[in-house]
Design a protein around this ligand. Structure first.
Ligand code: IMP
Ligand code: MG
Length: 174
């Protein structure tokens, strides 16, 4: 059966906001190169759209961590499923995520990546659900949208692996 999906952020709104954030990041990193770390799978759509709009030199790497099963609740377990291909030493690193929810994934990941000696490390997310935060110490440097505590899909975000390809952000009406 098809799920009913309500549009929360339209394709136009998302695109416009990504352009703004890309401009801001390009300004902040002027004269530097930026090493983007895409958190798979959810971060992949946002990473591509963001990277295309950055005007500083960009390199890309990918990492896959698991913190959720095929349900809508956090298991609290974070595991590196696929590690980066390249070292981070002396690089200006920007982690690109789809959504920060409890913050468990990122608080763990930032600690792991800091050990690898980057020159700097910042966090950029498409969506932030601050009401759900358990790990309060996670600071998000660039947020496209702050959203209420609703389970969202699209633009990389899935519900049981479905809907990642929606070009907008929607809420599944369960
Ligand atoms: P955190 O560790 O609780 O911050 O979880 C972050 C991860 O949970 C994200 O990278 C998503 O993969 C997933 N997640 C959290 N909220 C949602 C949602 O509303 N829709 C889809 N996935 C979500
Ligand atoms: Mg994710």
């Amino acid at each position: 059966m098809e799920d009913k999906i309500r549009v929360l952020l339209s394709e136009e709104e998302v695109n416009e906001r990504i352009c703004q954030i890309a401009e801001q990041i390009s300004r902040d990193y002027e004269g530097k190169s930026l090493h983007l770390i895409c958190i798979l799978k959810g971060g992949v759509f946002f990473t591509c759209e963001l990277a295309k709009r950055l005007t500083v030199p960009v390199s890309l790497d990918f990492m896959s961590v698991s913190s959720y099963g095929d349900d809508t609740k956090s298991s609290g377990v974070v595991r590196i499923v696929k590690d980066l291909d390249e070292p981070l030493a002396d690089r200006d690193v920007l982690i690109v995520e789809d959504i920060i929810d409890s913050g468990r994934t990122l608080s763990y990941l930032i600690e792991v990546l800091k050990q690898r000696g980057p020159k700097s490390i910042r966090l950029c997310t498409l969506l932030d659900k601050p009401e759900r935060r358990v790990k309060k110490q996670v600071t998000v440097d660039y947020t496209c949208f702050t959203i209420p505590d609703e389970f969202v899909v699209g633009y990389g975000l899935d519900y049981a692996q479905k809907y990642r390809n929606l070009p907008y952000i929607g809420v599944v009406e369960l």
